[in-house]
Design a protein around this ligand. Sequence first.
Ligand SMILES: [Mn+2]
Length: 383
Amino acid sequence: MQFVHIGDTHLGYRQYNLDERESDIYNAFDECIDKIIEIKPDFVVHSGDLFDSSEPSINALYTAIKGLSKLKDHGIPLYIIHGNHDIPKRSSKRTPFSVLKKILGDYLKTFVNKKYHIIRGEKEVFIGGSDFTYRSTIDDLLKDYALIERESRDYKDKILLFHQSIYSYSNIPTYEIQLNDLPQGFKYYAGGHIHQRILKKLNDDANGNNGSGVLAYSGSTEIINYDEYKDYEKYGKGFYLVDLSGKDFDINNVDKINIKCRDFIINKNIMDDKLLMKLIEELESKYKPVVICSVVKGLFGRLEDVLKNRALYSRISYIPESTEKEIILNNQLGDIDYLFKEFLRKGNYDVNFIYGIYREVLSEDGNLFNYLEDCYSKYRPQS
Ligand SMILES: [Mn+2]
């Protein structure tokens, strides 16, 4: 018995407002669907952010319906939770999943009314799940988790679907829960929200629970924020294929299935001819990449010419002469984030809080307001 774990497909996302980037997102999804059909798993779980918006465009909706109907036609059911991007801003609005439900019927299972489903096949599998929850209402989520833990007690094969950031498991500064807030004793924790791929064997807790559990974030299926590119180069993107057939289950029963994403060239500082030549070389090795780099004024024109037909999109910033030396120094010292944190630490600032603001402001899909609201609700004295 095997299943596919996918998430953060963000259908409809349109990076840099480009048609090509919107298509890239759909192509990544289509490629995943085709690969899933080739594999023919018993079922698929999607850990949220199917759509980029809770009011998806027709193109996004069409892609979802087309892909998920294919799964249905091949007899593969889908279990899905709402990510923060799938949830409407007002409770009076229907979620986009309600449209999918009309089309897919029993082949689509959500976790809105019922927090778990039982699959009866070669094995009995318990799937628990809860939609994304902000930290300000986290007690509701913990109640769901308590119920899921209780109801799952008699099952051996259990999977949990969640769309949350777990403290210390992400480079997102905000987090909603700690690892031990999750219901205990599950074989596979299928996470969404963090776009990097994470696969970790969980250690036994004091009660001997969780020993064979695996914590998994399947990651996004395309580059949603350019800072995910490094992770893509290192670990790839796509989905996980999980095999529950054997008697024992561990991390080796999880396979990474990879797809091809848009190429990026990021964070290059073009200081001289040699570095420009190196960039050209990298450009030749990639197909129409997105290029984000900085350049000294003297080379700006040449760089622009080089990028004209070779890059899909570029964002070039100047390196002011006064900071050239600084950049060289930073490159030698390593991470600029590290330097910033050191600076905060030395000034006795609240490092996590201020670094969090810095991240939200700089990242493309950052949400400073939500971040501050979350921080506020955390620090507010309990009444
Ligand atoms: Mn997401």
